[in-house]
Ligand binder design. Structure first.
Ligand code: 5GP
Ligand code: ZN
Length: 114
């Protein structure tokens, strides 16, 4: 989608530290990491948010979790643990409207959430 920063990173038109890429998804390090490991896992096709998902996207969303598992192992945080977050719209704190899964780890996450 024109003007979408994540679409530009996926297309290689904007800088991003890409740690994984396949035909369906791309993962890159968050610009302002909130944890020692903070990676964003995004579908290669533009989807605004969870609210915009269609039935045909089910496999794709499952794939994002598979990618998260692989990257957690790759980053050495699988055993210690990690947090996966998807923010949606204003109350969820979404600021970039290209659906993304945050993978946070490398230290103990704080509670409570929200
Ligand atoms: P949201 O608040 O939408 O769930 O998360 C958006 C995330 O994208 C934030 O954690 C923010 O730091 C990150 N971010 C915003 N702009 C860029 C960018 O240009 N490059 C990268 N790598 N991350 C970005
Ligand atoms: Zn996009």
């Amino acid at each position: 989608m024109t003007g979408c920063i994540f679409c530009k990173i996926i297309a290689g038109e904007s800088p991003g530290t890409i740690v994984f890429r396949d035909g369906q998804a791309t993962a890159f390090r968050d610009l302002l990491p909130a944890a020692p490991v903070h990676i964003l896992i995004v579908p290669n096709k533009h989807i605004d948010s969870v609210n915009a998902l269609e039935d045909e996207d089910e496999q794709l969303i499952g794939h994002l979790f598979t990618v998260a598992r692989r990257i957690a192992a790759q980053e050495g945080i699988a055993e210690g643990g990690y947090r996966l977050i998807v923010n949606t719209n204003a109350h969820g704190g979404q600021t970039i409207f290209h659906l993304h899964l945050h993978l946070l780890g490398g230290s103990r996450m704080k509670h409570p959430m929200g």
